[in-house]
Design a protein around this ligand. Structure first.
Ligand code: SF4
Length: 102
């Protein structure tokens, strides 16, 4: 399978987030920090905060994929989880299996 056959989805374990904002510095279109001082993912402007965590994976714009991976690599809480999902899976509406972080 070619890498272009995959898209990136991302979620944050809010229980581990330190709120330092490294993720929002890298990809403000994908990450945001709410009033509770914790980071959440967003997709097309919708913030996944109810409940957040692994229950809500945001589809990352292709133009932001490298920044999201960089944020995951630098996250001090090690709480940004990146999933590579095949386009075929997305088109079929299936939920990917969760894998280990990074
Ligand atoms: S980089 Fe990680 S620890 Fe820092 S605010 Fe973002 S998710 Fe939280």
């Amino acid at each position: 399978m070619d890498v272009t056959d995959n898209r990136v989805k991302v979620w944050i374990d809010q229980d581990l987030c330190t709120g330092d904002g490294i993720c929002t510095d890298h990809a403000p279109e994908v990450f945001t920090i709410l009033e509770d001082g914790i980071a959440y993912c967003k997709e097309d402007g919708h913030v996944f905060s109810d409940p957040g965590g692994a229950a809500e994976l945001a589809l990352v714009p292709v133009s932001s994929e490298a920044e999201v991976v960089a944020a995951a690599n630098e996250c001090p809480g090690e709480c940004i989880f990146v999933e590579f999902v095949s386009v075929a899976t997305l088109e079929a509406g299936r939920t990917p299996e969760l894998s280990e972080p990074r």
